[in-house]
Design a protein around this ligand. Structure first.
Ligand code: SF4
Ligand code: SF4
Ligand code: SF4
Length: 501
């Protein structure tokens, strides 16, 4: 028998005094961890299959279960940590590329946590958001150079196509196929109620969701899955996906096993065939080529819709963004290296790209220096975790943010980082009908609305504290930020002073 060098990462602790052998945990765990031994009349656990998603814990009627991280250890060193050793064993066993999901979990600096927000004291008094109007509505798209008014005082110039958001938070691209129908429905309905947008990702738009088109951003990625004229016309904006923070420089792969039924019809590819998005768009090798696609999409939609271009935050992101701002695109989306994904090679996810905070500051600065900042809006994503992150992003220069992982958490995701397996016990990253129905869109959409509504209240409170009553006045207002524990270079790139200065 081959010896398995790996020890289970988690232990399933079942309290025998509480367990009534109801077998709920067995039915709830798609990873088949729990089983009932008829002869012994007891529940058993195969802990090697547990991904720590907490589904069984949450549904055990007697609270008999808990999942703990195993304290079993390899003989580690600073150089050879347990997870590094385990990964070598895994690859020596499989010969394959390691796959992971969600964002980069490594211990790189989280700059949001090293930036502090200002508040008014004595002078420039703060504003009470409960008593005075606070404006968090924003518009995404080009800004006109000149505003002319007619005799009636109304703006006479034709405004470029734009998106109007009641709150500077949108739901980021997650394709139907990587997430479930019910997850997409929850996002779409929440976007409508909140007055914001959700994004189809690269999997096309399910026929049932055309009704949410005015709050939908449709994506055109390198695989061009599900892209056709009515798809482009259905969305409020079109996003060209050039890159993704979790896996910069590489394409995507949705295994054929997930291409079934409606997913295959929506993507317009045969059932069971792998959906492989090439690393590059095969018609884009320069900014001029990108410009052609931007204008092809505008032409196809009668110049009625803004076009955004999404890139991963990489080393020369500012120069790339400068090119995009000149390509005719209306919005630049920058996705940082902590951005989530349904599946990515672990090495790429954990080692490629740069933090969104530095990328955002560098891009905003460069576009200002070149006098083209108003050519485009900037949207950032890649682990926006709270309203404070949103405020810091706007003060660093973003017009709005996309949230992905936070939205999935609102839907019940427990960050087990196993989306690539397609067995999401919470009905989110799965196409298995028995699992999909565990996510009730009536509840899911409401939780998303609650989350963003709560953030909106907090954003207004922080703005009021700074004496700012309009999100427009906060955008790029780096004086409202101070760094803590950052070196001179980091402060210089972020364009902020150190706390105490
Ligand atoms: S769900 Fe709880 S009570 Fe039921 S079998 Fe599992 S551990 Fe026991
Ligand atoms: S995988 Fe999830 S449901 Fe299954 S035993 Fe582990 S925590 Fe429970
Ligand atoms: S979406 Fe599901 S599989 Fe993915 S991390 Fe969340 S709980 Fe786990």
């Amino acid at each position: 028998m081959a010896v398995d060098f790996l020890y289970p990462e988690y232990e399933v602790i079942r309290n025998p005094q509480r367990c009534i052998a109801c077998r709920v945990c067995e039915r709830q765990c798609a990873n088949e961890v729990h089983s009932y031994d008829e002869e012994l009349g007891v529940m058993l656990s195969d802990e090697s299959k547990c991904v720590c998603c907490h589904r069984c814990v949450a549904l055990c009627p007697t609270r008999a279960l808990k999942i703990v991280k195993s304290d079993h250890t390899f003989k580690e060193s600073a150089n050879w940590r347990g997870d590094t050793i385990a990964e070598v064993y895994r690859q020596a066993g499989s010969g394959g590329v390691l796959l992971s999901s969600m964002g980069n979990p490594k211990d790189f600096p989280v700059y949001w946590d090293k930036i502090l927000i200002n508040a008014s004291q004595v002078t420039n008094p703060s504003i009470d958001p409960l008593r005075e109007p606070m404006e968090t509505q924003i518009y995404l798209g080009k800004r006109t150079a000149d505003v002319t008014r007619g005799a009636d005082g109304k703006i006479a110039a034709e405004l470029p196509p734009h998106l109007s958001l009641k709150v500077p938070v949108m739901f980021g691209a997650m394709s139907y196929g990587s997430i479930s129908y019910n997850a997409h429905e929850s996002l779409a309905r929440a976007a409508c109620e909140l007055g914001t947008y959700y994004n189809t990702g690269e999997g096309g738009l399910h026929q049932d969701f055309y009704q949410y088109g005015p709050h939908t951003i449709v994506q055109v990625a390198s695989g061009r899955f599900g892209v056709h004229k009515s798809y482009l016309e259905a969305g409020a904006a079109i996003e060209i996906k050039m890159g993704q923070g979790a896996k910069p420089g590489i394409g995507g792969h949705l295994p054929g096993a997930k291409i079934t039924g409606d997913v295959s019809r929506t993507r317009m590819i045969p059932e069971g065939s792998d959906a492989i998005s090439p690393a590059p768009h095969h018609d884009i090798y320069s900014i001029e080529d990108l410009r052609q696609l931007v204008f092809s999409l505008k032409e196809a939609t009668a110049y009625q819709k803004p076009v955004s271009v999404k890139i991963a935050a990489v080393h020369n992101v500012a120069a790339i963004a400068s090119g995009i701002a000149r390509s005719g695109a209306d919005i630049i989306v920058i996705d940082g290296f902590r951005g989530g994904t349904g599946a990515a090679p672990t090495r790429i996810r954990d080692n490629v790209g740069i933090p969104i905070e530095l990328a955002l500051a560098a891009v905003d600065q460069r576009l200002r220096e070149e006098g083209i900042r108003d050519n485009v809006s900037i949207v950032v994503s890649g682990s926006i975790r709270s309203s404070a992150d949103v405020v810091k992003a706007v003060a660093l220069g973003a017009d709005a943010v996309y949230i992905g992982t936070a939205a999935l958490l609102a839907l019940g995701c427990h960050l087990c980082r196993s989306c690539q397996a397609g067995r999401c016990n919470w009905g989110i990253a799965t196409q298995r009908p028995d699992l999909v129905k565990r996510l009730n869109p009536d509840i899911g959409y409401k939780r998303l609305v609650n989350l963003v509504t709560a953030w909106d209240h907090e954003i207004k409170e922080m703005m009021g504290g700074m004496g700012i009553n309009s999100i427009e006045a906060l955008r790029g207002n780096r004086l409202m930020l101070r760094g803590i524990g950052l070196n001179e270079k980091e402060l210089q790139i972020l364009g902020i002073k150190h706390a105490g200065e």
